[in-house]
Ligand binder design. Sequence first.
Ligand code: TEU
Length: 566
Amino acid sequence: MSERLSHDPWWRDSVVYQVYPRSFADSDGDGVGDLRGIVGQVDYLSDLGVDVVWLSPVYASPHDDNGYDISDYYSVDPAFGTLDDLDDLVSALHERGIRIVMDLVVNHTSDEHPWFVESAAGPDSPKRDWYWWRPARAGAVGGQPGAEPTNWGSFFSGSAWQWHEPTGEYYLHLFSRKQPDLNWENPEVREAIYAMMRWWLDRGIDGFRMDVINFISKDPALPDGVVAPGQRWGDGSPHYMSGPRIHEFLQEMRREVFAGRDSTYLTIGEMPGVTIEQARLFTDPARGELDMVFQFEHVALDHGAEGKWSPRELDVVELKTSLARWQEGLADTGWNSLYWSNHDQPRVLSRFGDPDHWYASATALATVLHLQRGTPFIYQGEELGMTNVPFDSIEQFRDIETLNYFHEAVEEHGLAAASVLDALRRASRDNARTPVHWTSDAHAGFTTGEPWIAVHPNHDRINASAQRGRSGSVYEYYRALIALRHTNAVVVDGTFRMLAPEHPAVFAFTRTGDAERLVIAANLSAQSVELPADVDLRGTVLLTNYADPARARLRPWEARVVSQPT
Ligand code: TEU
């Protein structure tokens, strides 16, 4: 194995592994994953070769949105363990050279957070202005349909405003009504958040993944949004995505939280709706804002006219065009994050891959993602080739976004439950949230109790113990991909150039360094294809997912990486 290269900043050659604690590993048999469960698998993560763990929220929470509704930023929810357990996890990871970034959810809190409880106590509450409270629309009766201060829809169905009878006003919640939005216009709010972030850094964590961080600056005028045909609510996003003070707030956060500290931390901004132009500003090191952002363009390419619930077939040319634009757009400024999956997206293998070519499509998709320029993210179970779930009834779902949509679609819009269930099976976030498959045993070795959400029946054949150490497994292919990034500088720094952009199935590109060029090619279809003329795969084969690479053709979902001298 070649020497591990190092880069400055360190995260440039890192691979991040996302842990969704509720579904990773349960150590106490209560059916819910926890911190000691993760501690029990740190050697698995070390063996895989990842450099950073992104830990989705473990803070105290009523779990209305599985922890993305925080009621105390300074404590760990008993369902997940204790602060000591978290300290043990941080040191166990650090001992293995793995860093940890926490999830920072500060666009909103839980409505059970003391800040909101105090804010809702009355119009004169000293914390009233810590959230967005507004009277009913002029001339309307509070609580009545149409009286909402703006016509914005929530991400979880319904209005983005909740009438609060006791104090006679509405409060804003872009997500669930138990997730009221914080008012970042108020400097007290910002200072309280910066103090909390500093507290976590002092505990030894290495950075933050920041939840919908481009939503924190809203247009204080709170204008109505445009109502699309057939829709009830207006699209408020132009008034809260990357708002007027977003760069000011992110630069202030950098100064107040990270400046003057010895370590180099990692900051990743989740930014629905972010454009390349905006991402260049957010991730330009000279501007002192963020290191990278999560953009959503490629994970919306199979959304139909009605959005994610009316999925359509993925067009490979559209996918290549979108990813190439981001590669070229951040080539000289900023840095890309690279991901197919997370806890909000259905399983990539079922979505963009082909269960009939399970191994080849899982590894082909991994190849074309991991060898682009940027930092790759692996979502738990992706390295095992986990797939979407054959949910057969609404009772099996747990996700608030999914359940709210189902009830709105069936009860308000009169859609047939069966067709809505079809859409949920394809697009629901719960597809990503079923327990990780450690073994073929009961409950996939995730818990000795009753899991909070059903385990996928195919854990009998798709699981870690069946793949670790077995060449030709998806897990071992991910190990090889990660090792290539750690030992080949061109994977980290090489310039990106897309090849055969119009080819309907072949996803091919080069990464070029001073003395070496890598050619990466994958056939993202179930049909064997001729190699496009401008894809030259002669050279030293560094990685392939087929044992005997043929020269001029790519078989179904075949991927190959070759090295050529420049
Ligand atoms: O997600 C924000 C976000 O964009 C998602 O809600 C997305 O629109 C949706 O899931 C697509 O179906 C972040 C967290 O990742 C998500 O889990 C939380 O529910 C949300 O913020 C609120 O905190």
